[in-house]
Write a protein that binds this ligand. Structure first.
Ligand SMILES: Cc1ncc(COP(=O)(O)O)c(C=O)c1O
Length: 370
Protein backbone atom coordinates (compact mmCIF):
# COMPACT_ATOMS: atom_id res chain seq x y z
CA UNK A 1 0.00 0.00 0.00
CA UNK A 2 2.98 2.29 0.62
CA UNK A 3 4.20 1.54 -2.92
CA UNK A 4 0.70 2.31 -4.21
CA UNK A 5 0.70 5.62 -2.30
CA UNK A 6 4.09 6.59 -3.75
CA UNK A 7 3.08 5.62 -7.29
CA UNK A 8 -0.23 7.47 -7.21
CA UNK A 9 0.77 10.44 -5.08
CA UNK A 10 -1.99 9.54 -2.61
CA UNK A 11 -1.78 10.42 1.09
CA UNK A 12 -0.39 7.35 2.84
CA UNK A 13 -2.59 6.57 5.83
CA UNK A 14 -1.63 2.91 5.37
CA UNK A 15 1.71 2.40 7.07
CA UNK A 16 2.03 3.61 10.66
CA UNK A 17 5.07 5.81 10.85
CA UNK A 18 5.18 9.39 12.19
CA UNK A 19 5.94 12.23 9.78
CA UNK A 20 7.68 14.18 12.57
CA UNK A 21 10.86 12.83 14.21
CA UNK A 22 11.33 12.27 17.93
CA UNK A 23 13.13 14.73 20.24
CA UNK A 24 16.27 16.52 19.06
CA UNK A 25 18.12 15.72 22.30
CA UNK A 26 17.77 11.99 21.64
CA UNK A 27 19.11 12.42 18.12
CA UNK A 28 22.01 14.45 19.56
CA UNK A 29 22.71 11.64 22.05
CA UNK A 30 22.99 9.13 19.17
CA UNK A 31 25.32 11.48 17.25
CA UNK A 32 27.43 11.90 20.38
CA UNK A 33 27.62 8.11 20.77
CA UNK A 34 28.83 7.79 17.18
CA UNK A 35 31.44 10.48 17.78
CA UNK A 36 32.49 8.86 21.04
CA UNK A 37 33.37 5.71 19.12
CA UNK A 38 30.50 3.47 20.15
CA UNK A 39 30.43 1.98 16.68
CA UNK A 40 31.49 -1.63 17.17
CA UNK A 41 29.36 -4.57 18.26
CA UNK A 42 27.32 -3.85 21.36
CA UNK A 43 27.13 -6.66 23.93
CA UNK A 44 24.71 -9.35 22.70
CA UNK A 45 22.16 -8.65 25.43
CA UNK A 46 22.42 -4.86 25.03
CA UNK A 47 24.48 -2.07 26.58
CA UNK A 48 24.18 -1.99 30.39
CA UNK A 49 22.77 1.56 30.53
CA UNK A 50 19.84 0.57 28.29
CA UNK A 51 19.11 -2.65 30.18
CA UNK A 52 19.11 -0.62 33.41
CA UNK A 53 16.91 2.06 31.82
CA UNK A 54 14.37 -0.59 30.75
CA UNK A 55 14.29 -2.05 34.28
CA UNK A 56 13.92 1.47 35.81
CA UNK A 57 11.14 2.28 33.35
CA UNK A 58 9.21 -0.87 34.25
CA UNK A 59 9.60 -0.17 37.98
CA UNK A 60 8.68 3.52 37.70
CA UNK A 61 5.61 3.03 35.51
CA UNK A 62 4.27 -0.35 36.59
CA UNK A 63 5.99 -1.38 39.83
CA UNK A 64 7.59 -4.37 38.08
CA UNK A 65 10.79 -5.73 39.56
CA UNK A 66 13.13 -6.61 36.68
CA UNK A 67 16.79 -7.64 36.97
CA UNK A 68 18.64 -5.66 34.28
CA UNK A 69 21.44 -8.23 34.10
CA UNK A 70 19.51 -11.47 33.65
CA UNK A 71 15.95 -10.52 32.75
CA UNK A 72 16.31 -7.94 29.96
CA UNK A 73 17.41 -8.48 26.37
CA UNK A 74 17.84 -5.59 23.93
CA UNK A 75 16.71 -6.45 20.40
CA UNK A 76 16.53 -5.02 16.90
CA UNK A 77 13.09 -3.53 17.37
CA UNK A 78 10.15 -5.28 18.96
CA UNK A 79 9.99 -7.36 15.79
CA UNK A 80 13.16 -9.27 16.64
CA UNK A 81 12.06 -9.69 20.26
CA UNK A 82 8.76 -11.19 19.13
CA UNK A 83 10.27 -13.45 16.49
CA UNK A 84 13.10 -14.67 18.72
CA UNK A 85 10.64 -15.37 21.56
CA UNK A 86 8.35 -17.42 19.35
CA UNK A 87 11.23 -19.28 17.69
CA UNK A 88 12.74 -19.98 21.13
CA UNK A 89 9.64 -21.36 22.77
CA UNK A 90 7.34 -22.86 20.12
CA UNK A 91 7.90 -25.46 17.46
CA UNK A 92 6.19 -28.17 15.43
CA UNK A 93 3.33 -29.73 17.39
CA UNK A 94 2.87 -26.63 19.58
CA UNK A 95 -0.08 -24.30 19.28
CA UNK A 96 0.28 -20.53 19.60
CA UNK A 97 -2.88 -18.55 20.27
CA UNK A 98 -3.26 -14.93 19.13
CA UNK A 99 -6.12 -12.51 18.96
CA UNK A 100 -7.51 -11.87 15.47
CA UNK A 101 -6.99 -9.54 13.69
CA UNK A 102 -3.30 -9.85 14.61
CA UNK A 103 -0.14 -7.88 13.87
CA UNK A 104 1.34 -9.59 10.84
CA UNK A 105 4.77 -10.38 12.27
CA UNK A 106 3.17 -12.53 15.01
CA UNK A 107 1.70 -14.85 12.38
CA UNK A 108 4.89 -14.89 10.33
CA UNK A 109 7.02 -15.85 13.35
CA UNK A 110 4.62 -18.64 14.31
CA UNK A 111 4.86 -19.97 10.75
CA UNK A 112 8.68 -19.74 10.80
CA UNK A 113 8.70 -21.68 14.07
CA UNK A 114 6.64 -24.43 12.41
CA UNK A 115 4.03 -24.10 15.17
CA UNK A 116 0.27 -24.05 14.62
CA UNK A 117 -1.38 -20.63 14.75
CA UNK A 118 -4.74 -20.58 16.55
CA UNK A 119 -6.37 -17.15 16.12
CA UNK A 120 -9.20 -16.02 18.42
CA UNK A 121 -11.47 -13.38 16.83
CA UNK A 122 -12.20 -10.16 18.70
CA UNK A 123 -15.91 -9.37 18.91
CA UNK A 124 -16.89 -7.81 15.56
CA UNK A 125 -18.90 -4.90 17.07
CA UNK A 126 -16.78 -3.52 19.90
CA UNK A 127 -13.48 -5.18 18.88
CA UNK A 128 -13.09 -6.59 22.41
CA UNK A 129 -11.73 -9.82 23.83
CA UNK A 130 -14.10 -12.79 23.56
CA UNK A 131 -13.06 -14.73 26.68
CA UNK A 132 -15.27 -17.72 25.86
CA UNK A 133 -13.67 -18.06 22.44
CA UNK A 134 -10.21 -17.72 24.01
CA UNK A 135 -10.92 -20.51 26.49
CA UNK A 136 -12.29 -22.69 23.71
CA UNK A 137 -9.15 -22.11 21.62
CA UNK A 138 -6.63 -23.52 24.11
CA UNK A 139 -5.76 -27.20 24.18
CA UNK A 140 -3.14 -29.38 25.85
CA UNK A 141 -0.85 -28.37 22.95
CA UNK A 142 -1.10 -24.63 23.66
CA UNK A 143 2.44 -23.47 24.33
CA UNK A 144 1.99 -19.74 24.12
CA UNK A 145 -0.67 -17.03 24.11
CA UNK A 146 0.31 -13.86 22.27
CA UNK A 147 -1.38 -10.69 23.47
CA UNK A 148 -1.05 -7.23 21.99
CA UNK A 149 -2.30 -4.27 23.98
CA UNK A 150 -2.80 -1.51 22.92
CA UNK A 151 -3.76 -3.55 19.88
CA UNK A 152 -2.74 -3.08 16.27
CA UNK A 153 -4.80 -2.89 14.03
CA UNK A 154 -7.90 -2.14 16.14
CA UNK A 155 -6.64 0.38 18.69
CA UNK A 156 -8.33 -1.65 21.44
CA UNK A 157 -6.76 -1.25 24.89
CA UNK A 158 -7.49 -4.40 26.87
CA UNK A 159 -8.92 -3.68 30.30
CA UNK A 160 -7.62 -5.19 33.51
CA UNK A 161 -10.72 -7.44 33.59
CA UNK A 162 -10.02 -8.69 30.07
CA UNK A 163 -6.36 -9.30 30.89
CA UNK A 164 -7.36 -11.21 34.02
CA UNK A 165 -9.37 -13.51 31.75
CA UNK A 166 -6.30 -14.03 29.56
CA UNK A 167 -4.21 -14.72 32.66
CA UNK A 168 -6.72 -17.29 33.95
CA UNK A 169 -6.66 -19.14 30.65
CA UNK A 170 -2.84 -19.01 30.48
CA UNK A 171 -2.49 -20.38 34.01
CA UNK A 172 -4.99 -23.19 33.36
CA UNK A 173 -3.22 -24.11 30.11
CA UNK A 174 0.23 -23.69 31.70
CA UNK A 175 1.10 -21.49 28.72
CA UNK A 176 3.71 -18.75 28.37
CA UNK A 177 2.28 -15.32 27.55
CA UNK A 178 4.10 -13.14 25.03
CA UNK A 179 2.77 -9.62 25.33
CA UNK A 180 3.47 -7.00 22.68
CA UNK A 181 3.20 -3.59 24.36
CA UNK A 182 4.88 -1.29 21.82
CA UNK A 183 2.02 1.24 22.12
CA UNK A 184 2.14 1.19 25.95
CA UNK A 185 2.32 5.00 26.21
CA UNK A 186 -0.08 5.80 23.38
CA UNK A 187 -3.41 5.51 25.20
CA UNK A 188 -6.23 8.07 25.16
CA UNK A 189 -9.22 9.27 27.18
CA UNK A 190 -9.59 7.31 30.40
CA UNK A 191 -7.91 4.15 29.06
CA UNK A 192 -5.06 2.74 31.13
CA UNK A 193 -2.37 0.42 29.86
CA UNK A 194 -2.08 -2.60 32.13
CA UNK A 195 1.02 -4.76 31.50
CA UNK A 196 0.06 -8.41 31.71
CA UNK A 197 3.13 -9.16 33.83
CA UNK A 198 1.68 -7.03 36.66
CA UNK A 199 -1.23 -9.43 37.23
CA UNK A 200 -0.82 -11.78 40.20
CA UNK A 201 1.55 -14.66 39.43
CA UNK A 202 1.91 -13.70 35.76
CA UNK A 203 5.47 -12.29 35.79
CA UNK A 204 6.74 -15.87 36.11
CA UNK A 205 5.22 -16.91 32.78
CA UNK A 206 5.26 -13.66 30.77
CA UNK A 207 7.65 -12.23 28.22
CA UNK A 208 6.99 -8.52 27.80
CA UNK A 209 8.05 -6.87 24.55
CA UNK A 210 8.27 -3.16 23.81
CA UNK A 211 10.33 -0.76 21.77
CA UNK A 212 11.35 2.85 21.51
CA UNK A 213 10.00 3.30 17.98
CA UNK A 214 6.45 4.38 18.82
CA UNK A 215 7.11 5.94 22.23
CA UNK A 216 9.77 8.34 20.91
CA UNK A 217 8.75 8.62 17.22
CA UNK A 218 11.97 6.96 16.12
CA UNK A 219 10.61 3.91 14.30
CA UNK A 220 13.63 3.66 12.01
CA UNK A 221 16.09 3.14 14.85
CA UNK A 222 14.73 -0.31 15.65
CA UNK A 223 15.67 -0.43 19.31
CA UNK A 224 13.44 -2.87 21.19
CA UNK A 225 13.60 -5.16 24.19
CA UNK A 226 12.05 -8.13 25.89
CA UNK A 227 11.99 -8.87 29.60
CA UNK A 228 10.78 -11.77 31.66
CA UNK A 229 12.02 -14.59 33.87
CA UNK A 230 15.74 -15.31 33.36
CA UNK A 231 15.12 -18.84 32.05
CA UNK A 232 12.81 -17.60 29.28
CA UNK A 233 15.01 -14.61 28.42
CA UNK A 234 18.03 -16.95 28.17
CA UNK A 235 16.15 -19.02 25.57
CA UNK A 236 15.28 -15.87 23.60
CA UNK A 237 18.87 -14.60 23.83
CA UNK A 238 20.10 -17.90 22.37
CA UNK A 239 17.93 -17.36 19.27
CA UNK A 240 18.81 -13.67 18.98
CA UNK A 241 22.46 -14.67 18.93
CA UNK A 242 21.87 -16.15 15.46
CA UNK A 243 19.33 -13.64 14.18
CA UNK A 244 21.31 -10.43 14.64
CA UNK A 245 23.84 -11.25 17.41
CA UNK A 246 23.68 -7.65 18.66
CA UNK A 247 21.73 -4.48 17.88
CA UNK A 248 22.60 -0.90 16.77
CA UNK A 249 25.34 0.19 19.20
CA UNK A 250 25.10 4.03 19.13
CA UNK A 251 21.30 4.08 19.30
CA UNK A 252 21.19 2.13 22.54
CA UNK A 253 22.73 4.76 24.88
CA UNK A 254 20.54 7.41 23.21
CA UNK A 255 17.39 5.41 23.97
CA UNK A 256 18.64 4.81 27.52
CA UNK A 257 18.62 8.60 27.93
CA UNK A 258 15.17 8.89 26.36
CA UNK A 259 13.62 6.24 28.63
CA UNK A 260 14.08 8.52 31.63
CA UNK A 261 11.86 11.11 29.94
CA UNK A 262 8.15 10.69 30.74
CA UNK A 263 7.13 14.06 29.30
CA UNK A 264 7.77 13.30 25.60
CA UNK A 265 5.44 10.25 25.49
CA UNK A 266 2.77 12.15 27.48
CA UNK A 267 2.84 15.06 25.05
CA UNK A 268 2.77 12.69 22.09
CA UNK A 269 -0.26 10.83 23.49
CA UNK A 270 -2.17 14.11 24.01
CA UNK A 271 -1.41 15.23 20.48
CA UNK A 272 -2.31 11.82 19.03
CA UNK A 273 -5.65 11.84 20.87
CA UNK A 274 -6.49 15.12 19.12
CA UNK A 275 -5.36 13.76 15.75
CA UNK A 276 -7.40 10.61 16.34
CA UNK A 277 -10.47 12.80 16.84
CA UNK A 278 -9.72 14.76 13.69
CA UNK A 279 -9.50 11.62 11.56
CA UNK A 280 -12.37 9.74 13.24
CA UNK A 281 -14.74 12.72 12.95
CA UNK A 282 -13.72 13.14 9.30
CA UNK A 283 -14.29 9.47 8.53
CA UNK A 284 -17.73 9.60 10.15
CA UNK A 285 -18.82 12.69 8.21
CA UNK A 286 -17.48 11.06 5.03
CA UNK A 287 -19.89 8.17 5.67
CA UNK A 288 -17.75 5.49 7.35
CA UNK A 289 -18.66 3.67 10.55
CA UNK A 290 -15.84 3.96 13.06
CA UNK A 291 -14.93 2.25 16.33
CA UNK A 292 -13.07 5.06 18.12
CA UNK A 293 -9.75 3.61 19.29
CA UNK A 294 -8.37 4.21 22.79
CA UNK A 295 -4.77 3.57 21.82
CA UNK A 296 -2.15 3.11 19.08
CA UNK A 297 -1.73 4.95 15.78
CA UNK A 298 -4.75 3.37 14.11
CA UNK A 299 -8.50 3.51 13.57
CA UNK A 300 -10.63 0.92 11.85
CA UNK A 301 -13.33 2.29 9.56
CA UNK A 302 -16.12 0.33 7.92
CA UNK A 303 -16.79 1.10 4.25
CA UNK A 304 -20.08 -0.85 4.17
CA UNK A 305 -22.33 2.20 4.82
CA UNK A 306 -20.79 3.75 1.69
CA UNK A 307 -21.58 0.61 -0.32
CA UNK A 308 -18.06 -0.86 -0.19
CA UNK A 309 -18.44 -4.43 1.08
CA UNK A 310 -14.87 -5.46 0.34
CA UNK A 311 -12.16 -3.49 2.17
CA UNK A 312 -9.46 -4.92 -0.07
CA UNK A 313 -11.22 -3.66 -3.19
CA UNK A 314 -11.86 -0.31 -1.52
CA UNK A 315 -8.15 0.03 -0.66
CA UNK A 316 -7.15 -0.74 -4.25
CA UNK A 317 -9.52 1.93 -5.55
CA UNK A 318 -9.09 4.52 -2.78
CA UNK A 319 -6.10 6.31 -4.41
CA UNK A 320 -8.08 6.86 -7.59
CA UNK A 321 -11.40 7.63 -5.82
CA UNK A 322 -10.05 9.88 -3.08
CA UNK A 323 -6.24 10.13 -3.22
CA UNK A 324 -5.81 8.30 0.10
CA UNK A 325 -4.30 4.94 1.00
CA UNK A 326 -5.43 2.59 3.79
CA UNK A 327 -4.90 -1.10 4.59
CA UNK A 328 -7.70 -3.68 4.51
CA UNK A 329 -8.26 -5.31 7.91
CA UNK A 330 -8.36 -8.68 6.13
CA UNK A 331 -4.56 -8.31 5.81
CA UNK A 332 -4.43 -8.85 9.58
CA UNK A 333 -6.67 -11.95 9.51
CA UNK A 334 -6.23 -15.50 8.36
CA UNK A 335 -7.68 -15.99 4.86
CA UNK A 336 -11.21 -17.36 5.13
CA UNK A 337 -11.43 -17.03 8.95
CA UNK A 338 -14.59 -15.83 10.67
CA UNK A 339 -12.81 -12.57 11.58
CA UNK A 340 -11.78 -12.07 7.94
CA UNK A 341 -15.45 -12.47 6.98
CA UNK A 342 -16.91 -10.29 9.72
CA UNK A 343 -14.34 -7.55 9.12
CA UNK A 344 -14.32 -7.85 5.32
CA UNK A 345 -15.53 -4.30 4.68
CA UNK A 346 -13.16 -2.65 7.15
CA UNK A 347 -10.05 -0.60 6.51
CA UNK A 348 -7.27 0.54 8.87
CA UNK A 349 -6.13 4.14 8.66
CA UNK A 350 -3.32 5.73 10.65
CA UNK A 351 -3.58 9.12 12.35
CA UNK A 352 0.13 9.47 13.19
CA UNK A 353 0.47 12.23 10.58
CA UNK A 354 0.65 16.00 10.92
CA UNK A 355 -2.70 17.74 11.38
CA UNK A 356 -2.55 19.43 7.98
CA UNK A 357 -1.97 16.05 6.30
CA UNK A 358 -4.96 14.57 8.14
CA UNK A 359 -7.15 17.58 7.25
CA UNK A 360 -6.21 17.14 3.60
CA UNK A 361 -6.92 13.38 3.79
CA UNK A 362 -10.33 14.01 5.38
CA UNK A 363 -11.21 16.52 2.69
CA UNK A 364 -10.27 13.96 0.05
CA UNK A 365 -12.28 11.19 1.74
CA UNK A 366 -15.35 13.40 1.41
CA UNK A 367 -15.06 12.91 -2.37
CA UNK A 368 -16.18 9.30 -2.03
CA UNK A 369 -19.56 8.71 -3.63
CA UNK A 370 -22.37 8.30 -1.08
C1 LIG B 1 1.89 -4.32 17.40
C2 LIG B 1 3.26 -4.05 16.88
N1 LIG B 1 4.28 -4.79 17.34
C3 LIG B 1 5.54 -4.61 16.89
C4 LIG B 1 5.82 -3.65 15.95
C5 LIG B 1 7.23 -3.51 15.45
O1 LIG B 1 7.97 -2.73 16.30
P1 LIG B 1 9.50 -2.39 15.95
O2 LIG B 1 9.48 -1.38 14.86
O3 LIG B 1 10.05 -1.90 17.22
O4 LIG B 1 10.13 -3.67 15.48
C6 LIG B 1 4.79 -2.85 15.44
C7 LIG B 1 5.08 -1.84 14.41
O5 LIG B 1 4.21 -1.39 13.70
C8 LIG B 1 3.48 -3.06 15.92
O6 LIG B 1 2.46 -2.33 15.47
Amino acid sequence: MTVLATRTGAINLGQGFPDVDGPAYVKEAAKAAVDAGRNQYAPGDGVPELRHAVADHQRRHYGLDVDPDTEVLVTTGATEALTASILALAGPGDEVVTLEPFYDSHAAAIAMAGATHVPVPLTPEGLRLDATALRAAVSPRTRMIVVNTPHNPTGTVLTRAELEQVADVARDADAVVLTDEVYEHLVYDDAVHVPLATLPGMAARTLTVSSSGKTFSLTGWKVGWVHGPASLVTAVRTVKQFLSYSSGAPFQPAIATALADDETPRTLAASLAARRDLLCDGLVTAGFDVVRPQGTYFVIADGAPLGFDDGYELCRRLPELAGVVGVPVSAFCRAGSSAARSMRSRVRFTFVKREEVLRDAVERLHRLPR
